[in-house]
Write a new protein. Structure first.
Length: 414
């Protein structure tokens, strides 16, 4: 009986497969931070907290910076295998298995969420087959302005999927085919990604918005700079791991080992985002300069947050606190929290009868977080984990005893 109970407990705390690669346990918790930021900003919006609360209301609006944290994490985690192979002079990762793993990571729960939202949210009752197909294929912002009700957060997931598709090409440009790792070449590629984002905000978006029905401000080029920050951290980590980090990279490593300073700087930049420099917090569209300023500030905040998880001192208080199993568990189910929280928010408002934009922000937030976490836990067990197991070779599907008692798996994006 005790063995059975131990097995169930082990299964409850076992991190997502596969159990390969390096380990960055703090990144699990930081992914949860990003998800909770997104939940909080949406709950605050529905409660009407953005207006009438001064700087505090604008800060709540700026918690959409959680998306930047997601994108930086994805850039770091997904580019790292290419950089490791290039640094070690081995064959670069195969594209087909990479895309299959990305599909298994994203698609199952996304489809479940879409079906729930389109079937149960009242505002979606008149949508037809074409609308369903467009949403299932993540094409809403390519052909219109927003996703359907309960799914408006999915614009960022569409951006991330687009990044998944272009990453092999980006890494081919950055490291070449079968060539040794050349740091200047990688840095030039990252600078080009940043330049594309700058151009997109300042020139491409205004031009495209005048002639198309889509939302180009929510397309991948606008956020390549955020992914580039993650690629930069991956490059520095790979160089540092091999003892070949140049002085500028060593400075980044040193900064990441001072998490207190990083978080103070991140909060300070978030306060800057609450000024008119980063544009309006409600429905008014920002100017191209304001949109770019916000984009750059969010990239810096994402860098400061994620660098603490990449280079934190093992065994230090920060690493121990953020590596706690309860905190990491929120990270493992954070994709479910992200996907399901808006359908849950609709449920909360419908079941309570609370009017939109009429306060009760704390109550709305608490109910949304609690129900979203519970729903995400169920989704993780029923949908995500079975799909994640398909990413593994059969011989790795059953976790070893060491894996169930001491999680050491590599963090997965989202």
């Amino acid at each position: 009986m005790s063995t059975s109970l131990g097995a169930r407990v082990g299964e409850a705390v076992t991190p997502p497969p596969p159990a390969t690669g390096g380990t960055f346990p703090v990144l699990d918790t930081l992914r949860a931070v990003g998800a909770l930021c997104v939940v909080t900003t949406h709950a605050a919006f529905w409660a009407g907290e953005y207006t009438g609360n001064g700087v505090w209301g604008t800060l709540l609006a700026r918690l959409d910076v959680g998306v930047a944290i997601f994108f930086v994490l994805s850039g770091f985690l997904l580019a790292r295998p290419w950089l490791i192979r290039a640094a070690d002079g081995t064959t670069r990762p195969a594209v087909r298995p990479y895309l299959r793993k990305r599909f298994l990571r994203i698609a199952p729960l996304y489809v479940v969420t879409v079906v729930l939202a389109l079937s149960l949210v009242q505002e979606n009752r008149d949508l037809g087959v074409a609308d369903w197909l467009r949403t299932l294929l993540m094409l809403d912002t390519a052909t219109g302005q927003v996703f359907p009700a309960g799914l408006t957060q999915m614009w960022s997931l569409a951006v991330e999927v687009a990044f998944y598709l272009v990453l092999p090409l980006v890494m081919l440009l950055a490291v070449g085919r079968g060539r040794p790792l050349r740091v200047p070449r990688v840095l030039l590629c990252l600078a080009a990604l940043g330049a594309v984002s700058v151009y997109w905000h300042l020139d491409a978006v205004p031009r495209l918005e005048a002639v198309i029905d889509g939302a180009p401000v929510q397309w991948l080029p606008a956020y390549l700079s955020w992914f580039a920050v993650g690629l930069l951290l991956a490059l520095v980590q790979v160089l540092h791991e091999r003892g070949t980090a140049p002085r500028w990279a060593a400075t980044i490593v040193a900064l990441g080992r001072q998490p207190g300073s990083c978080w103070v700087l991140a909060v300070a930049l978030l306060l800057v985002c609450a000024t008119p420099l980063a544009g309006p917090s409600m429905f008014d569209a920002p100017s191209p300069a304001e949109a770019l300023a916000k984009n750059v500030l969010y990239a810096a905040i994402g860098f400061l947050v994620v660098v603490t998880g990449v280079f934190t001192v093992s065994g230090g208080r920060y690493a121990q606190t953020l590596s706690h199993l309860a905190a990491r568990r929120l990270g493992w189910i954070s994709y479910g929290i992200f996907c399901l929280h808006l359908p849950v928010l609709h449920l909360v408002m419908w079941s309570t009868g609370w009017p939109l934009f009429q306060g009760r922000g704390l109550q709305i937030w608490l109910l949304t977080v609690l129900i979203s976490v519970a729903a995400a836990e169920v989704a993780y067990r029923v949908v995500e984990r079975p799909a994640l197991r398909l990413k593994m070779p059969r011989r790795q599907i059953r976790p070893s005893a060491s894996e169930t008692t001491s999680p050491t798996t590599e963090t997965t994006s989202r």
